[in-house]
Design a binder for this molecule. Structure first.
Ligand code: URP
Ligand code: ZN
Ligand code: ZN
Length: 469
């Protein structure tokens, strides 16, 4: 099957060029001006559209459970597709008593295969760092799951990890090119502040931010950087939210360390004031780390513009508002009972274009890098994230002239709210190809359940670049 995308403006991290893209079966075969139509089965006219690599969202939760509440799963991954994301990387918790690879493969067979509507890869979350599990870490490389995350936050939850687990993971993983990722918040500081606030009767949604201020994130960020330095290994910090944590990352760069990190769309767009919305609406924005005072946003924009942070992810978490978020409502309840996380996979790319590119905060080239190219490299998704011959034909056609509003009405995320409700949207993903097949047409999902495939990732992602002599 040959498909020719004609007359679009191809956007890459380097440039933009009006040209054609030829797809043969599932791969890009050629990119060039005036490509021949001979033998072509299907022509897609991309006049007036940007043609970009499909989004890679390296931080999604389709299996996250918070104090008994479970998010919506891969049956809602068509939301990623209409949002222009063609590959998601899911965090899979190691199950108690099971190995790392075993946990991923059990989840994959029961909840992903035959269901996913975009391609997927996995990070494993190490929850049980006993010696035989540490020994298994290098084997993740060959299994195709070369990224491992530790939650320094969430004291008392089974997935909480301590410094020893981080050191052991860094040390065991580095020869095999496993990238260690951390949720960097000091769990004891959060625990102390949470108990103190609740003891003072400060239980409302707004106090979620007060229970985990920037210092909590800065401390853990600094600490894991030192742990990585001691282990002589790279480290990846997920969802960086504040100036103080960024300063730690920048200082590490200056010391020549390999410290990579991402932020998420909601930290760029929202500040902590939304946690104070009436009628318990603040609960919609309860995520960790917490939203910050507005002044932090300019530092985050600068960080993605300058490349100090390499990706903008969604940290997608599909908890509903009516029941799950309300678990923190009422007598004897507090912000600490609200499931952490917000849905965002459908809006990540549109939000970043509207509030980043259209406001001049981000060039189109940096946009492509942070939504697709760089996360592909960090995660070892070597056939994804770029428009050039040989890459998977995961392509989005983006109409920059569209004007609309975001909101739950058009959401496929399977929950009853959107954090982006009624916000202006400029530009829209019109068409999406997943390995050469059209899965979104006129901004509507037209693919098939189960069309997404497992992408086995390669070790030595870009956080290891400095280690490749
Ligand atoms: O609040 C959040 N971010 N929920 C998802 C789990 C995590 O910490 O990434
Ligand atoms: Zn996290
Ligand atoms: Zn997360």
């Amino acid at each position: 099957m040959k498909t020719l995308i004609q007359n679009g403006t191809v956007l890459t991290t380097e440039n933009e060029l009006q040209c054609d893209v030829l797809i043969v079966d599932d791969k890009i075969a050629a990119v060039g001006v005036g490509l021949s139509k001979e033998g072509v089965d299907k022509i897609i006219d991309a006049q007036g559209k940007y043609v970009m690599p499909g989004g890679i969202d390296q931080h999604v939760h389709y299996s996250f459970v918070y104090k008994g509440s479970k998010v919506r799963g891969f049956e809602t991954s068509n939301a990623a597709a209409v949002g222009g994301t063609t590959t998601v990387v899911e965090f899979v918790n190691q199950q108690q008593g099971k190995g790392l690879i075993e946990s991923i493969e059990a989840y994959k067979s029961s909840d992903v295969d035959g269901i996913a509507m975009v391609d997927y890869a996995f990070h494993v979350v190490m929850t049980d760092p006993r010696p035989e599990v540490i020994e298994e870490i290098p084997k993740l490389a060959e299994a195709g799951y070369p990224t491992l995350k530790l939650f320094l936050a969430y004291k008392g939850q089974f997935f909480h990890a301590d410094d020893e687990a981080v050191i052991n993971a860094l040390t065991a993983g580095k020869q095999a090119g496993i990238t260690i990722m951390v949720h960097a918040e000091n769990a004891d500081m959060v625990d102390y502040l949470t108990k103190k606030l609740i003891g003072e009767g400060k239980t409302g949604t707004y106090y979620h931010a007060a229970s985990r201020p920037p210092i909590v994130e800065a401390e853990a960020t600094r600490r894991v950087i030192y742990l990585a330095e001691m282990a002589n290994a790279p480290i990846y910090i997920v969802h960086v939210t504040c100036k103080e944590a960024l300063e730690e990352i920048k200082a590490a760069y200056q010391r020549g360390l390999s410290v990579y990190g991402e932020t998420c769309a909601h930290y760029l767009l929202f500040d902590e004031s939304v946690l104070d919305l009436p009628n318990f609406e603040g609960a919609k924005y309860v995520c960790s780390p917490a939203l910050r005072p507005k002044e932090h946003q300019q530092y985050l924009w600068e960080a993605i513009d300058k490349g100090w942070l390499n990706a903008v992810s969604s940290d997608h978490c599909g908890f509903d508002f009516a029941y799950q978020k309300h678990l923190g409502y009422g007598e004897g309840k507090s912000f600490a009972d609200i499931p952490n996380g917000a849905p965002s996979v459908q809006n990540r790319i549109h939000a970043l274009w509207t509030y980043g590119v259209c406001t001049g905060k981000l060039s189109k080239q940096r946009f492509v890098d942070v939504i697709s190219t760089s996360p592909a490299k960090v995660n070892g998704l070597t056939q994804k994230g770029h428009i050039a011959a040989g890459y998977d034909a995961d392509i989005i056609l983006f109409d920059p002239n569209y004007r609309g509003v975001m909101g739950v009405e058009n959401s496929l995320e399977g929950v009853d709210y959107s954090i982006y409700e009624a916000m202006e949207q400029i530009g829209r993903v019109e068409t999406v190809l997943l390995r050469g097949e059209v899965i979104v047409e006129n901004a509507q999902y037209v693919g098939k359940k189960g069309q997404g495939r497992l992408i086995k990732a390669k070790p030595f992602g870009s956080a290891y670049d400095k280690y490749k002599a």
